[in-house]
Design a protein around this ligand. Structure first.
Ligand SMILES: [Zn+2]
Length: 626
């Protein structure tokens, strides 16, 4: 069969006007040398889109492009100042001009008029993105990395497309089957990694580590016979927590060079979290399993998707990401295998109810036969109190520590609870429910907060509207950025304050530095707000132990310790509610991402209530889905 790209070209009446063409993943891009066709060819292209049901872009051949300096000058002159353009990057090999602005709508113009003008005058195709309101050098660095070698990027995207459209591993459609192998997160939390296979595809879903382990057990079992890096077609990442993506750069280090699919905020936060792993290892005098060059490769090979955007990722698998309500950019991953042969939904981590920063998880899908769900809180004993009660308890605790002139340390994962707690504190201060004091937001947490302001469309309706209206709560004056060891020392010596710092489980990072220094003063307190992995120092403290080991040093904890239930995971009642809401109801449910008792219990409860087949897969299990 003629490849789709050729079929498209043959359909164009003036096909001679097309000078080159290639794939960009599942999309098709045509380049033309004709000024007129570039300006007027839209109707022809639209007809092709309707016929082939693929996204087709028409761009100018590089010979038409005006020089970068003039193009940039034109943009800066023609776009109103209110757009607040922060950077303009060019991808010459793809005829793309990427414009980052704080008010992207002002670059687009009414009904796209300004963007259209830019295209007609400069021949560059503008890609307009929202930049963060809170300044962060690292987010810009990540976005620039993506575009720094456009020849490479064009080649890479073309290879991905060829793999989807022009390469068949097995041509016998009658032999269709689907199976899933658990490389991690089976009857445990940590190292999430699942291999989805069909005769045509090898897709890795998530690629995490177990941050609470420092042995081989920390990594997914990539030594299983069915897994091989050279045969891997695609990696899909549900969200940016390192137990879901912390092992990914290692795959690149050992030869993987294919695509990584996730949302744009996941790409940005993931890169930051992976870099942070290398920094922490360095600070502890250890060698990490990968370095920053491998993280760079991950960024360069990422293809970002919006929620609801359907895309082919292999010849027989179509992927759609949906809101999971867990952290910024977190996704439930829906796989349509073999054009409706089997529909598999992987939940990733999710939250059913709305939180301060995110809307609850999506629950309506076109079809679902197998649902693989997380089970972190898969036991009825793990029902947490109402969020409002937890927040009131947190308020009381913070008040008490502020009153006695102490310092309150909140260890967090960089993303998720950190931003939720910031929004909560901002509200308590703004409504004068507690006296405002400085809130130090350490290192990575600050940069990740900045990323939140760049993707308001991924946030809860309320927060999104606040950011659109220029009233981002993250910009309140009592939030202060901290980065260096020296600055931390100053805070430790200084007056009452709240400190939000990574890591959430006290396994390295600035939270460990703060704890060991603040520990001697009983006025100080620590508040846990995130899930603690089994046997981590945080887990031990939560369970009442007071002698813990922090970065190889024993510490007797004298500070007050408290925990608040503000989890980003669905608690037991929510998991069951979700099964009721989920449309359509799946035929089979696989429970993963929970300690053994949780996954087994959840499987049992769902079976009892909904009378559907359930299973809690064991480590290294390989299951035929159909
Ligand atoms: Zn998570």
């Amino acid at each position: 069969m003629t490849p789709i790209l050729e079929q498209v070209i043959n359909e164009i009446p003036k096909s001679k006007l097309i000078t080159s063409q290639n794939y960009e993943g599942a999309n098709l891009v045509l380049y033309t040398k004709s000024r007129d066709f570039f300006k007027e060819g839209k109707t022809d292209i639209r007809k092709l889109v309707d016929k082939f049901k693929k996204r087709i872009d028409l761009r100018a051949d590089s010979s038409l492009l005006i020089d970068q300096k003039s193009a940039e000058d034109y943009v800066r002159k023609s776009v109103p100042k209110s757009a607040d353009i922060t950077q303009i990057t060019f991808e010459p090999a793809r005829s793309l001009m990427i414009i980052d602005a704080r008010n992207p709508n002002d670059v687009i113009g009414s009904k796209g008029s300004t963007a259209k003008d830019i295209k007609r005058k400069t021949f560059w195709t503008p890609e307009i993105r929202r930049d963060s309101i809170v300044k962060s050098k690292i987010t810009n660095l990540i976005r620039t990395t993506l575009h720094e070698d456009s020849t490479e990027r064009r080649k890479f995207l073309n290879e991905v497309g060829k793999r989807i459209y022009e390469f068949n591993r097995s041509r016998k459609k009658s032999e269709m089957w689907v199976r899933i192998s658990c490389l991690g997160a089976a009857q445990q939390v940590g190292r999430s990694a699942f291999l989805l296979q069909t005769p045509e595809s090898n897709i890795l879903i998530d690629c995490g580590i177990n941050p609470a382990s420092n042995s081989e057990e920390a990594y997914p079992r990539i030594n299983l016979p069915e897994f091989s890096i050279p045969d891997l077609d695609a990696v899909v990442i549900s969200h940016a927590h390192i137990d879901h993506c912390g092992f990914l750069p290692y795959l690149f280090k050992y030869g993987y060079n294919g695509p990584v699919y996730c949302t744009a905020p996941t790409r940005d936060i993931m890169a930051m979290s992976q870099l942070d792993m290398t920094f922490i290892a360095l600070a502890q005098g250890q060698k990490n399993i990968f370095d920053s060059t491998d993280v760079k490769k991950v960024v360069k090979n990422t293809i970002s998707l919006k929620y609801g955007e359907v895309t082919d990722i292999t010849p027989d698998v179509r992927l759609t990401l949906h809101n999971a309500g867990h952290i910024l950019g977190s996704a439930m991953c829906h796989f349509n295998v073999g054009d409706g042969f089997h529909n598999f939904l992987y939940s990733g981590d999710y939250k059913v109810v709305d939180t301060r920063i995110l809307n609850g998880a999506s629950h309506v899908f076109p079809r679902v036969e197998t649902f693989m769900t997380e089970s972190t809180y898969g036991n009825p004993e793990r029902t947490s109190p109402d969020r409002a009660i937890s927040e009131a308890e947190f308020q009381k605790y913070a008040e008490k520590i502020i009153k006695r002139k102490g310092k309150l340390l909140i260890p967090v994962l960089g993303v998720g609870r950190a931003q939720e707690i910031m929004i909560l504190i901002e509200e308590l201060f703004r409504k004068k429910k507690i006296k405002d004091i400085p809130v130090y937001v350490d290192g990575m947490v600050y940069d990740i907060t900045a990323i939140h302001t760049a993707y308001p469309e991924f946030l809860s309706d309320t927060l999104r509207d606040q950011i659109y209206a220029g009233k981002s709560p993250f910009e309140a004056e009592f939030f202060k950025q901290v980065g260096s060891y020296k600055e931390r020392e100053k805070i430790i010596q200084g007056g009452p304050c709240i400190i939000i710092a990574t890591s959430g489980m006290l396994v390295g990072g600035p939270s460990v530095q703060y704890l060991s220094k603040l520990n001697d003063d009983p006025k100080n307190g620590i508040a846990f707000v995130v899930y603690q992995f089994k046997n981590s120092p945080g887990d031990k403290l939560q369970k009442g132990e007071r002698r813990i080991v922090l970065e190889n040093q024993q510490l007797d904890v004298k500070m007050e310790v408290a925990s608040f239930s503000l989890s980003g995971h669905a608690v037991f009642g929510e998991l069951m509610d979700y099964m009721t809401k989920l449309k359509p109801r799946p035929r089979k449910v696989l429970t993963v991402h929970g300690e053994k008792s949780m996954t087994i219990n959840l499987a049992r409860e769902i079976h009892k209530k909904f009378r559907i087949e359930t299973l809690s897969p064991k480590p290294v299990d390989c299951l035929r889905l159909r």
